[in-house]
Every structure is written in C-alpha cells, then in structure tokens.
Design a protein around this ligand. Structure first.
Ligand code: ZN
Length: 249
C-alpha cells in the first residue's frame, strides 16, 4: 500500500469532525461471507436445486409469496451467519465510533456484524437477518428463528402467519427510518468513507451523490463511479487499509 496515501488518510481522519462510513459486501468478505455479486459470490455458487431461479428471484418478495418453500430453503442454506465473526474492518469502525471519530455507519449488508463488533449507530439500508417478524400479527422473533424452525415454511406460533426476515427483498422499498437517518448522516458529514462496495445497487449507491462535504474516500478492490470525485482512492484490501488507521496519533 502507498505510504503517502496512508499518511493522508490518517491526516484527514485527524482533521475531520463528522466522519461517516458507507459500506457494502466487501466489508464482510474477510469474515467469510460471500459477496453476492463477485465472481465466486453467492450468485455464482451454482446449486442445482436453485438453478431454475435467478438469484434476484430467490431473494424477492414474489418468491416469498408465491414459492415460500423455495425462499425458505434458499434462505436457510445461504444466509445463515451463525459462527461467522466480525473482522478488523468492523472492529476498527467500532473503535473509531468509541473514540468520537465516527458519526455512524451506513451498511448495505444484512449480517449484523457491525453491531456484534460493538458499533452503536448502524443504519441498515437493506435490513438485517438478525430480526424476524410475523407477516400477519407482526410479532418479533429472534435471529435464529427461521434457521431453527421446523417444516419448510417458518410459521408464527401465535397466529400461523409466515415469519420473514426483516431484510429488504427485491421488489421492496428501503426501510424508511434507516434511509432517512442515512441521508441525515451523509448531509452532515465532512468526510465520507465508501468501503467495500462497487456502488452498483440503487438507490443505496445514490448516497454517494448526496455527499457534499470536504473529503470523499473510496476503498474498494474495483473501480467505482465515485473514484473520480474522491480525494483519496484505495484499490486495496479494505481490511489492510482500515488497519492502517491510527487513532492514537
Ligand atoms: Zn403471527
């Protein structure tokens, strides 16, 4: 990694008062969670049983309603994060928040790893697998409810309705509170760090356009549309870059 860029990154972090982190799948790959869109990501793990459906369909509201048995089978096989631990990027961000150097995290991930690393202000714009609720009576259920439930479809013990994850499925709008809070964070930020996301999924990626603060920093293996307006761009491993941040300096 470029030493000069690392020094500049640390200088910007020392200078700024309202830093916000906006991240995606690349943040969790070091924890062993596949990136949905990368070459060997979830969408490309060919599973004979699901071959007849597109990955987008398997995580859509249409699939949940029309083919719930397929939805739950796919969800149980691919989205269980039990045994997966946060990595150095999650921990560094939690440390930054604790030190008063980070206003909040906006994440497109649904794995709950930021909270497990200790972060408090986390806006989950695509929801989370850590919460479930009954579609009929809205009773809430713990994170492992769907993975532990018996029978092809996870059903509410109270009313028999389907218990679904609090995840934004294809065909659904973003959770309003998280989205509004994310916009508020970005508008107020003097530094926005975009990390581990190719900015391919809208409307989440549009947050990059909303930023009008002093420093935009992009940390992503591949190029993104935000690179050309960024003050600093790292096409490196995000864990390594985050590791180079020194809060005690
Ligand atoms: Zn219910």
């Amino acid at each position: 990694m470029d030493e000069q860029k690392v020094a500049e990154l640390n200088r910007i972090i020392r200078e700024c008062k309202h830093i916000v982190f906006f991240g995606g799948a690349g943040v969790s790959t070091e924890s062993g969670i596949p990136d949905f869109r990368s070459k060997d990501g979830l969408y490309n793990q060919h599973d004979v049983k699901f071959d007849r459906y597109s990955p987008e369909y398997l995580l859509s509201i249409d699939c949940l309603i029309d083919h719930p048995e397929v939805f739950y089978e796919f969800y149980r096989q691919k989205l269980n994060t039990a045994g997966i631990e946060p990595n150095r990027t999650h921990y560094k961000l939690a440390e930054m928040e604790k030190a008063g150097k980070l206003d909040g995290i906006i994440t497109q991930n649904i794995d709950g790893l930021h909270q497990r690393a200790g972060s408090k202000n986390v806006q989950e714009v695509h929801g989370t697998t850590y919460r479930n609720y009954c579609m009929k009576c809205h009773e809430k259920y713990p994170y492992d409810f769907i993975f532990k439930s018996e029978g092809p479809i996870a059903k509410c013990p109270k009313c028999g309705g389907m218990v679904r994850p609090d995840v934004t499925l294809y065909g659904e709008g973003l959770p309003q509170t998280a989205w509004i809070e994310s916009k508020r964070l970005v508008f107020r930020a003097d530094c926005l760090i975009i990390g581990g996301t190719s900015l391919a999924v809208q409307p989440a990626a549009s947050l990059a356009y909303d930023f009008s603060g002093k420093y935009l920093i992009v940390i992503n293996r591949d190029k993104t549309f935000a690179d050309r307006t960024a003050a600093l761009v790292f096409h490196d491993n995000i864990g390594e870059v985050m590791d180079s941040i020194r809060l005690d300096a």
